[in-house]
Ligand binder design. Structure first.
Ligand SMILES: NC(=O)c1ccc[n+]([C@@H]2O[C@H](COP(=O)([O-])OP(=O)(O)OC[C@H]3O[C@@H](n4cnc5c(N)ncnc54)[C@H](OP(=O)(O)O)[C@@H]3O)[C@@H](O)[C@H]2O)c1
Length: 298
């Protein structure tokens, strides 16, 4: 199939392009800059330079593609997320670009839209499992861009078209966030939010890339995508093993955790998320876990 990927030079996008090409698809990566072209080509795709905020430019880029996959995100690293305006770009991508992408995909004649979303919209559910049926905790204005993005994808799924919204777990692998976490663990600095007995649902980049391929087989709907949830205490040990550190990764003191603000507060939640629906519908399985040796180099 001919598939267009937005955010194709980012962590998720590069993995998606490579996995889709490996599965035999003809993939076009969208980038706003000429320097993004070799990145997409390096993963086996071809590239089109286009502005993700301009529906007309996007419609031109999407023409001739049956599927559009939107992986755009710009998540601030570590505590830089506390800075005022740190989330401005990420918000703009979800509020404006994602909406423009859904509209342009319909206009260009695409039949399916696969939209990246996140498990961090679920409420803290302690040690209970979270399925797609649990109501989201999105009343705060900070989540408006993500809600608007979901609506745009749902609106796309009319007139015989379909939309698959993937609620991805916390990414780990070679990205800036995990590299930052591994360094903090080595240096003995605090890095984790929440409590040791809370759950975290992780998703390795390579498994995320393969999830976009599996999503081609899914019918319209919302799907959680993550590995087997583990406690944060376990994750702290796994980070230390991978970092070659003597002691487990440290939690921020309660006093610091109390003032992290709405955006980072989601990382304090206990999220034991089940991906059974996605696995049974598509056959996708996670292959790299936090106790798989060398996961940060894969
Ligand atoms: N579920 C999760 O946990 C999750 C999900 C997503 C990301 N993350 C994390 O967030 C961090 C950053 O991710 P990333 O490196 O993929 O993000 P990124 O490089 O900042 O953004 C991804 C792509 O989006 C495009 N983009 C970014 N800002 C843009 C803007 N203002 N206007 C137009 N296009 C823009 C860029 O494409 P061009 O420059 O080529 O146009 C870029 O390559 C990583 O550590 C990743 O793991 C986590």
């Amino acid at each position: 199939m001919r598939i267009a990927v937005t955010g194709a030079t980012g962590v998720l996008g590069q993995e998606a392009v490579e996995a889709l090409v490996a599965a035999g698809h003809e993939v076009t990566g969208i980038t706003r800059r000429d320097s993004g072209v070799p990145i997409v080509e390096g993963r086996g795709g071809s590239a089109i330079v286009a502005d993700v905020f301009d529906p007309r430019d996007l419609t031109r880029a999407f023409r001739g593609h049956e599927i559009v996959i939107n992986t755009l995100a710009h998540v601030p690293v570590g505590m830089s997320g506390l800075r005022p305006l740190a989330w401005r770009e990420d918000d703009k991508l979800h509020l404006e670009a994602s909406v423009a992408i859904a509209k342009a995909a319909a206009e260009a004649g695409a039949r399916k839209l696969i939209q990246e979303s996140t498990i961090f919209l679920y409420p803290d559910n302690g040690s209970d499992w979270i399925s797609e049926d649990l109501a989201l905790n999105v009343r705060n204005q900070a989540f408006r861009p993500r809600v608007r993005e979901m609506r745009a994808a749902v609106d796309f799924a009319t007139s015989g078209r379909s939309a698959v919204i993937l609620r991805l777990g916390q990414l780990f692998g070679r990205d800036q966030h995990t590299t930052h976490a591994l360094k903090a663990t080595r240096d003995g600095d605090p890095i984790l939010l929440g409590k040791p007995d809370h759950y975290v649902t992780l998703l390795h980049h390579s498994d995320a890339g393969r999830a976009f391929v599996a999503a081609l087989r899914a019918s319209s709907g919302f799907y959680n995508v993550g590995g087997e949830p583990i406690t944060k205490k376990r994750w702290a040990k796994d980070l230390a093993t991978e970092a070659g550190a003597q002691s487990p990764a440290k939690f921020y003191p309660e006093i610091t955790q109390a003032i992290v603000g709405t955006r980072l507060d989601v990382q304090r939640r206990s999220l034991r998320v089940s991906s059974v629906r996605f696995m049974s519908e598509t056959g996708w399985r996670p292959t790299v876990g936090p106790s798989t040796p060398g996961w940060s180099r894969r």
